[in-house]
Design a protein around this ligand. Sequence first.
Ligand code: ADP
Ligand code: SF4
Length: 684
Amino acid sequence: MSSRYDILFHPIKIGPVTAPNRFYQVPHCNGFGWRMPQGMAAMRGMKAEGGWGVVCTEETEIHYTSDLSPYFEGRIWDDADIPVWQLMTDAVHKHGALAGIELTYNSHDAANLYSRAAAFAPHSMGITGGGGYEPGQARVATKDDLKQVRKWHRNAAIRAKKAGFDIIYCYAAHNMTLAFHLLSKDNDRSDEYGGSLENRVRFFRELIEDTKEAVGDTCAVAVRFAVDELLGADGMQHDGEARDIVGMLAELPDLWDVNISAWKNDSITSRFGKEGHQEKYISFVKQLTTKPVVGVGRYTSPDSMVSAIERGVMDLIGAARPSIADPFLPNKIREGRHEDIRECIGCNICVTGDTRFVPIRCTQNPTMGEEFRRDWHPEIIAPKKSNDDILIVGAGPAGLEAARALGQRGYKVILTDAQREAGGRVLLESALPNLIEWRRVIDWRLTQIQKIENIYFYPSSPMTAKDVLDADAPHVILATGATWRRDGVGRYHSCPIQGTGNIFTPDDLMNGKLPTGKVIIYDDDHYYMGGVLAELLATNGCEVTLVTPAPTISAWTEYTLEQDRIYKRLLALNVTLLPHHALASHSPTTASVTQTFTSAETTLACDAIVLVTDRIPNDSLYHELKPALADGRLKSLRLIGDAEAPNIIAQAVFAGHLAAREFDETINPDVTPFKVERVITVKK
Ligand code: ADP
Ligand code: SF4
């Protein structure tokens, strides 16, 4: 039967290869990199299984002088790397998808901490990679160096073809590559690679021509180009030079993959940017080329995807995050199961796999990154092993996911929550400024739960230990969450902060009890909560000072690529920012803060203080029920999520999923419960 979405499933020719549909997983980091190739390959293979027609690598270093350590990205330095990539291309081809590789030579973004080589750049300039403040500079690339880089790129392309890739990238985006820097303001050369635009384009053109000549008979050659850096006249602009560059190279590559730079702009979080946010920058490209164009914009709605194609913005729907949150998104659209799409919430926890050097994880998809090491499949789970009933107390992210996954296994699940509405912390947090998309964590799970007839949800049902035992379920899972502390104990203070001040916690604010007047927010949590509450109160007319012992505001949001925007927003709202200070004591009209290095004390006038410090796990029910486990009235009792150990929402969802997978299994605590990729040293 034909449908409005058929266009998404039309094959499309990309040079000498054909993509089976319009779903294109653009290159994205994953934290596995070259270090954990089996984890990486299984994750990519899962995307192909879920219907993505093209599945790409992350940026892949072509030579040791472009070493991206301490980050773990791809490597194709020499022939010894080919078997690693064959793991991925085999996994992708098995499901009929094309495999793409993003070759990169990273200029002054390569810190070369491992290889200890000098990086090449348009001129000798400070290294920006490796976290941003690595001491040391890149060397100026001579004309001979540029020739070398072309040779290395060509050799890497030939290796990539041998490894089975169908699409080979020339990469000039994300403020990272040498090609990009030669195109941009960093290029002050006076030879034929500098000066006029034609000269600055020369190197990129040569890379594309070399790659086509080397592998273009059987492989498509794609270009990834950032058409805007959102720096105004100080950077590349979509209505400036970027237009001329696309015009000059229009028909040379087989595919244009266009986006905006830097990564924080490309992968903007939902707090700061919505679906389709790149369209206004990239839509000109299709007017200048007949070659297929792919773009991104965190598209999760099939209607938006069809619209983007019909309006002539792009030919293929590019996605990194939507493919992470739901590797089976294309298949679900094909099968008309739109309500089953696990929509990305735009939180960028996936990005922290790369920025914290660990395998990728996702708030919405607890199986992401676990495909190889735990053999987890996002759509399939083992059937039940017994007919025992399970009672789950608490319908926050942990309880909802545990109920959903146990229900999917076929168990009879009784889920209760004290509140009238499911969602726990996510219900409250998604009502904070600009976090509404986080509700998708609840919505997707409730939609699934409603479809599973063996799950029974009882809202408005606060449970005591007696209620739990009276329910007569042999197995109990407690997902009762956590409560923000009211005494200031946290990372900085191990004892309560003394005083008589007017104290509020995030729970108070989220439940509608708001302070007025001069408010001090003391943030010893360091993720989004302190900054979001400052935004809420400043918008409500409070005079807000945000105090934190950390060196920066909302310090951990650096890893989700949000910190710059948080600063900008808080400064625009006239929030006073006071890093490197700890709250020492308080009174109804003052707060005393100390400088963390010098202990110098300052007294600030205030009407109220909001403490964003540690949380107390709500585990009293667990302790009350333990005797029932000991005397055999319960067969099992498990504490999960924030009630066990307060953490981010992604961890609560993961804990719920893990509890469902491990149910009815014997777990040996002495054995590592997942496969570990190890480097084996062979004795001669
Ligand atoms: P998590 O992030 O671990 O899922 P949340 O704090 O989001 O934790 O959710 C915990 C949920 O548990 C809340 O919705 C809360 O109303 C519910 N809850 C806590 N204690 C009880 C209880 N004794 N009976 C029923 N529901 C409870
Ligand atoms: Fe989307 Fe968040 Fe998952 Fe990343 S971690 S894919 S942003 S839901």
